[in-house]
Write a protein that binds this ligand. Structure first.
Ligand code: GRG
Length: 299
């Protein structure tokens, strides 16, 4: 499967839009300096920006002004960045490299890294609430979007998934537990990124259902690809160590169902996701290409 000709241009445009918005919001954080430097170190100028791109692309599909969703897109990237900082800590994955540079705690120490993650999570909700007021976003739309993120990042989402992942290390788990881990620790925030775009748009129920299905499929596909890259990827492209899952005896798709079947499942999920975009024709080309890009990415 190949992406269409203009995809890279669109992707670069969207990434730039998000990078500029992140610079704008994070430049206001100045004191305490160590905390603010630590937050900026992990979020400014790094990462593929997959989740905020999805929020913007979903909103654009339904003609919602980008300006309205941009603060939510930044908040989602801030939450994603907090999960990475905490995931890299010695108490969790104990990683030395992330996004091509030393992990946050390696540079700022554990205490500041933990607090930078806490601050990113809290500030994300502050940005969403304050900008909803500033931009006069209808109260119900704002609350639905904020609630979506809170729900999918907490016990029933990212943190729940992370806990089951940690508790499953060195254990043999069944396929449904593996699917739970992937759809929660990773899929939930990807799905939330799309559904936030929907909450802030004018959409019919069938659109909500179609895009939710698209999100569920690419969310799971994304983590399967992450598992595959841990086996087949390269440090120079990934910006983090490879082979870590095997080293830590983690349960992954390749370790549970094998590499070949993992690739087949990834392909099927991508095809299914794309099928849910059929009603939107050419207008959904970017989201179609994005699903393909996620399934062939090298980092
Ligand atoms: C609550 C103490 C506490 C910790 C939370 C929830 C959590 C720790 C971690 C989440 C689990 C996690 C990090 C899952 C991995 C998701 C994943 C594949 C991340 C990499 O995403 P990319 O490839 O990264 O989009 P970039 O760097 O491009 O943004």
């Amino acid at each position: 499967m190949k992406v269409s000709k203009n995809f890279v241009t669109y992707l670069t445009e969207k990434k730039l839009l998000i990078d500029n918005a992140i610079n704008h919001y994070f430049s206001q954080y100045k004191f305490p300096k160590e905390l603010c430097d630590s937050m900026k170190y992990s979020i400014v100028d790094s990462g593929k920006r997959i989740r905020p791109i999805l929020t913007i692309a979903t909103a654009e599909l339904f003609d919602t002004p980008v300006d309205m969703v941009l603060p939510f897109a930044v908040a989602i990237e801030a939450i994603h960045t907090y999960t990475l900082i905490h995931d890299d800590l010695p108490a969790m994955d104990n990683d030395d490299f992330r996004r091509g540079k030393p992990t946050n705690h390696k540079v700022f120490g554990e205490a500041i890294a933990i607090l930078a993650g806490d601050a990113m999570l809290t500030e994300a909700f502050h940005i969403m609430a304050e900008e909803s007021i500033n931009k006069k976003i209808p109260l119900r739309k704002a609350m639905l979007a904020i609630n979506e993120i809170a729900f999918r990042c907490g016990v029933n989402g990212v943190v729940g998934g992370q806990v089951v992942d940690i508790l499953s290390e060195n254990k043999k788990i069944n396929f449904s537990t593996l699917e739970y881990i992937h759809t929660h620790k990773t899929g939930a925030l990807i799905l939330a990124s799309i559904r936030v775009g929907l909450h802030l748009s004018k959409v019919k129920k069938r659109d909500f259902d179609n895009l939710t299905k698209y999100g569920e499929n690419i969310g799971l596909a994304f983590q399967i690809m992450d598992d595959i890259l841990d086996v087949e990827g390269e440090f120079s492209k990934l910006g983090k160590k490879v082979g870590v899952d095997t080293e830590k005896k983690k349960n992954t798709y390749p370790s549970v169902v094998g590499l070949k079947e993992s690739k087949e499942i990834l392909q099927n999920l991508t095809n299914t996701a794309i099928k849910y975009l059929e009603p939107y024709g050419k207008k959904a080309q970017f989201l179609r290409d994005f699903a393909i890009y996620l399934s062939i990415r090298q980092h």
